[in-house]
Design a protein around this ligand. Structure first.
Ligand SMILES: Cc1cc2nc3c(=O)[nH]c(=O)nc-3n(C[C@H](O)[C@H](O)[C@H](O)COP(=O)(O)O)c2cc1C
Length: 201
């Protein structure tokens, strides 16, 4: 193998120092659901989402800049996080590239329900929906981290009660992953750049 070529077998690679980025570190995507003051639902697309441990499993989420989702969460201290799957990708990409202040944003054919424990809008087509209550807001310079209690997880019966292995169930729901400003299928296929799948919505 030539010098400079990636070697997976030997577990050694030559490395280049670059500016901060999360390229090549795939993330899971969620649609955050909130209600505005009139009770109108809003959904935005988010990937800065992970888990924390306090005395139970919790969620940490980061929102950058000002947006409708953040305004609504500040007012109600709660939101839903709905797992994005391949069948939801066009809609998710549209929600991630359309400002919630646009009055037309939510005028789309989507089935929206309500959480079982918290009054938060839920995307019926998502197989895993968290109902989250914010325990702590940590304001930063231009962003904000929210530490959340998981008040409930709504899991599709296929996952919660159905037969089959975790691998089979993951293949069936096909969560989308994102990195390098692109979307990837559960099996690694390229699903397009941010802004592409939802451009026709
Ligand atoms: C793939 C993707 C991931 C995103 N992840 C985040 C995120 O983690 N944090 C964030 O603040 N904005 C994120 N955004 C931007 C929001 O989705 C965007 O600001 C959207 O307008 C939010 O909805 P809203 O305006 O209804 O609040 C992401 C956008 C895309 C396309």
């Amino acid at each position: 193998m030539n010098e400079g070529t990636m070697s997976r077998k030997g577990n050694t690679m030559n490395k280049t120092s670059i500016a901060p980025t999360n390229d090549y570190c795939p993330q899971t995507l969620f649609l955050y659901g909130t209600y505005d003051d009139e009770g109108k639902p809003d959904f935005g697309l988010f990937c800065w989402f992970s888990y924390i441990w306090d005395d139970e499993l919790g969620v940490m989420a980061c929102i950058g800049g000002e947006k409708m989702t953040k305004e609504n969460i500040h007012k109600r201290r709660m939101f839903s996080a709905n797992l994005v799957t391949e069948s939801l990708l066009s809609l998710a990409d549209y929600f991630g590239n359309t400002d919630g202040h646009n009055p037309d944003k939510m005028n789309r054919e989507i089935q929206i329900g309500k959480g079982s424990v918290l009054p938060v809008p839920i995307l019926e087509a998502s197989p895993v929906c968290y109902e989250l209550e914010v325990k702590q807001f940590i304001p930063l310079k231009d962003g904000e981290v929210m530490l959340c209690r998981i008040r409930n997880v709504l899991q599709d019966d296929l996952l919660a009660k159905g037969p089959g292995s975790s691998a089979e169930k993951l293949a069936a729901i096909a969560p989308v992953r994102t990195t390098c400003n692109r979307y990837f299928s559960w099996n690694g296929a390229d699903l397009g750049a941010w802004g592409e799948p939802g451009s026709g919505m």
